[in-house]
Design a protein around this ligand. Structure first.
Ligand SMILES: [Zn+2]
Ligand SMILES: [Zn+2]
Length: 354
């Protein structure tokens, strides 16, 4: 598989971000990212202005972040040429994104911000919507804002990566539960917002640049065939191959600040087939499917089935027989910090559930 590493969920000056697109791309290129998924609030204008494409050998993909009338239910929509409309419910925009051939992810689903009433949380409430492709299991800015107080904000601005530990438990539990019914793709988001100016008061915005954010929560996407980097003529073809891989769950989430995650793999093998994250197979019985994990370095590995920890050990390589039907995934932790979070390999019943 060919691995591409990038940042998802980025705001530019087209909405409430603080950077212009060339500067954001440059920051990504400098830290070696392969792709960027830009999502300004309620506008596809950067795409309509022609910014999407290969920029400094970074694949710049442009979608947008939709919210409802109450500014709840934030949704990241990509692969669209025009917006899905305004003043509609979350259920309706989730439906329309799919109908128009796009790909959509629920943003910061369980956001909680208790300490600063002037910065309310934006959780997802419309769980009866069904046609989303996935959820943002880890959002840098949400975690950074959560627990932010007047006392610790100076430290947090000086060290914006240090307060980022792991995805919220509540979201991981929810994700595992949702995955019992169908594939729900987990992605990691950066979410550089413009909270800076008003939270910071007299601080200079430069302490919180995109380049720093891009060293934290990343999404790694795996493709069968390589992207033709820099080839403008093949951009549209490659973009859709990339979106298809994401939609299929061929990705994992990692925090680069905790360790370089390139080379991680999680897959299953049976006598008949190889299974990749995002795949489903009918559970054939104990010992008939082996699951394999490879880590770039030794770390604390946790194996989960339907949200419960089946095994925990320190290793850089592990293979085991799937002992029950369920949505299986793995996590790797380094120094008590969440490092790598795979997508699910789903082993279940004939009706597609597990
Ligand atoms: Zn949001
Ligand atoms: Zn956002």
């Amino acid at each position: 598989m060919h691995e591409y590493i990038g940042a998802v969920h980025i705001h530019s000056r087209y909405s409430d971000g603080t950077g212009d697109i060339p500067d954001i791309v440059h920051a990504a290129a400098e830290v070696g990212l392969d792709f960027l998924m830009l999502s300004d609030h309620n506008t596809l204008r950067p795409k309509q202005d022609g910014w999407e494409g290969w920029r400094e050998n970074v694949m710049l993909l442009i979608g947008y972040e939709i919210n409802d009338r109450e500014d709840k239910n934030h949704y990241l929509a990509f692969g669209l040429d025009k917006s899905v409309g305004v003043r509609i419910t979350a259920q309706e925009y989730v439906r329309r994104v799919r109908e128009q051939g796009g790909i959509g992810f629920i943003a910061h689903p369980d956001e909680q911000r208790n300490s600063m009433p002037e910065h309310p949380p934006y959780p997802w409430l419309a769980w009866d919507a069904t046609e989303y492709d996935g959820i943002e299991i880890w959002n840098h800015m949400s975690e950074w804002m959560e627990g932010l107080t007047d006392e610790n904000k100076f430290q947090r601005f000086i060290h914006p990566l240090k307060s980022i530990t792991a995805p919220p438990d509540i979201t991981l539990r929810r994700w595992d539960e949702l995955a019992r019914s169908r594939r729900v793709v987990g992605i990691g988001g950066t979410d550089a917002h413009a909270h800076k100016a008003d939270v910071m008061g007299f601080f200079d915005v430069e302490v919180f640049p995109y380049k720093v954010m891009f060293k934290s929560v990343r999404t790694h996407v795996l493709l069968d065939e390589p992207l033709r980097t820099g080839d403008d003529a093949l951009f549209e073809t490659d973009k859709w191959r990339f979106y298809d891989a994401l939609r299929a769950g061929r990705c994992f989430v990692a925090n680069a600040n905790h360790g370089e995650a390139r080379g991680f793999s999680f897959y299953g093998t049976s006598a008949e087939e190889t299974l990749l994250p995002g795949d489903f197979a009918v559970y054939p019985g104990e010992g008939r499917i082996a699951l394999h994990v490879e880590l770039p370095v030794k770390a604390r590995l946790r194996v989960l089935c339907n949200g419960s920890v089946e095994k925990e050990l320190v290793t850089d390589e592990y293979s085991f027989g799937a002992s029950a039907p369920g949505a299986w995934r793995v996590e790797a932790w380094l120094n008590d910090r969440g490092w790598i979070f795979s997508n699910h390999i789903r082993l279940g019943f004939a009706d597609g559930t597990c």
